[in-house]
Write a protein that binds this ligand. Structure first.
Ligand SMILES: Cc1cc2nc3c(=O)[nH]c(=O)nc-3n(C[C@H](O)[C@H](O)[C@H](O)COP(=O)(O)OP(=O)(O)OC[C@H]3O[C@@H](n4cnc5c(N)ncnc54)[C@H](O)[C@@H]3O)c2cc1C
Length: 333
């Protein structure tokens, strides 16, 4: 599990609980917050490795703009605990449907990699996604600092810098136009991806330089900062920042037995858990929220989706509780 900038205190894991939230990023914590405030017993199981961990600060989220990601999540965990929710620092090894309770309500069995288990009435999957970078030597070491993906997350911070777009597919063309909004010094490295004449003319009209020679490696200066890219012909193109549209893959480890439907998005954008209204899935009793199902969601959208899913889970449980109470009343009448 990842190191945290904060001491990651871990609560005890009960045997049974209303809801297990798998993943304690913005989506999972906001889902847990809604559930805990509704007096549902809820535990967040989190391996402490959020997607934006490399970033110094989170931007574009009203009021909290500029907050370090670890600080935001630590405050979130505190708020979940304030209402009685639990947060366990652990990794889910498996989650699967279990034998329904005697009243017919759903049950799920969740096992952790350390051997502990918990049974839940409902699950909220908020495991986020993995960014897949192109395999260019030297690129990964700058990820989240000088190698960026999101103009809204770090665009302002790299404004007016010499920026290079490492093209990974058709989506990189629009990526270039978004970064052109932030700098007048933009080079587009096609890397063998198609670039038709119309797009080349549009780029030329915006003073975007196109380089077709493939990138051999990213060059790092002696002080550790990004210095540019070396092309396969040996030429070095100086750049301070590289922008790359990553492949985005929902994190599925440990969730296989749930059988949640998944889908690929167009243009090799990535793969996500399919979901419908409020994060419902085709698997009764299982919801998904955040980047695991919405690959382009930023922190605000992920938190909102988690909150919506948490509220919907509470609503479904309220109905199930009432059904069970009515059945018990009739059984004793
Ligand atoms: C470098 C970078 C910078 C970014 N900057 C910004 C920004 O400035 N502003 C912004 O709005 N967005 C930013 N984002 C996007 C932001 O990271 C996501 O929107 C956000 O993290 C999604 O929240 P989430 O809760 O869905 O997933 P995550 O935050 O990724 O959280 C998922 C959690 O689930 C846990 N988990 C996964 N699998 C398991 C398992 N099997 N068992 C237990 N736990 C598990 C992980 O450890 C993780 O803690 C940035 C992204 C990157 C890559």
């Amino acid at each position: 599990m990842a190191e945290s900038a904060f001491t990651y205190t871990s609560d005890t894991l009960p045997d049974q609980i209303d809801v297990v939230v798998i993943g304690g990023g913005a989506a999972g914590l906001n889902g847990a917050l809604m559930l805990a405030r509704s007096r549902r017993s809820v535990v967040v199981i989190d391996s402490g490795d959020p997607r934006n961990a490399p970033a110094e600060a989170m931007h574009g989220f009203l009021v909290l703009d500029g907050t370090p990601p670890a600080q935001l999540l630590e405050r979130g965990r505190q708020q979940v605990r304030h209402y009685g929710g639990r947060v366990v620092y652990a990794t889910v090894a498996s989650a699967a449907p279990a034998t329904p309770s005697t009243d017919g309500d759903l049950r799920f069995s969740v096992a952790l990699t350390d051997g502990r288990t918990v049974t839940a009435r409902r699950l909220l999957v908020a495991t986020g996604l993995r960014d897949v970078l192109p395999e260019i030597p030297g690129l990964a070491q700058h990820w989240g600092h000088s190698v960026v993906h999101c103009p809204y997350c770090h665009g302002w911070e790299v404004r007016d810098e010499p920026i290079g777009i490492i093209a990974t597919g058709p989506g990189s063309i629009h990526h270039a136009l978004l970064f052109r909004q932030l700098t007048g010094d933009l080079v587009y490295f096609t890397g063998g991806t198609d670039l038709d004449e119309d797009t080349r003319a549009r780029f030329a009209a915006r003073d975007i330089t196109v380089v077709d020679t493939p990138v051999a490696e990213v060059v790092t200066a002696v002080d550790g900062t990004l210095a540019g890219v070396r092309l396969t012909d040996g030429q070095v193109v100086a750049r301070r920042v590289l922008a790359v549209a990553t492949g985005m893959q929902a994190r599925t480890a440990g969730l296989e037995e749930l059988g949640l439907p998944m889908e690929d998005l167009p243009d090799h954008m990535g793969r996500r858990f399919s979901s419908a209204m409020a994060g419902t899935t085709d698997v009764p009793g299982v919801w998904v929220a955040g980047n695991a199902t919405d690959l382009t969601a930023q922190v605000g959208a992920s938190a909102a989706a988690g909150a919506l899913a948490g509220a919907h889970i509470n609503a479904v449980l309220a109905t199930a509780d009432t059904d069970a109470a009515l059945a018990a009343t009739r059984a004793t009448a």
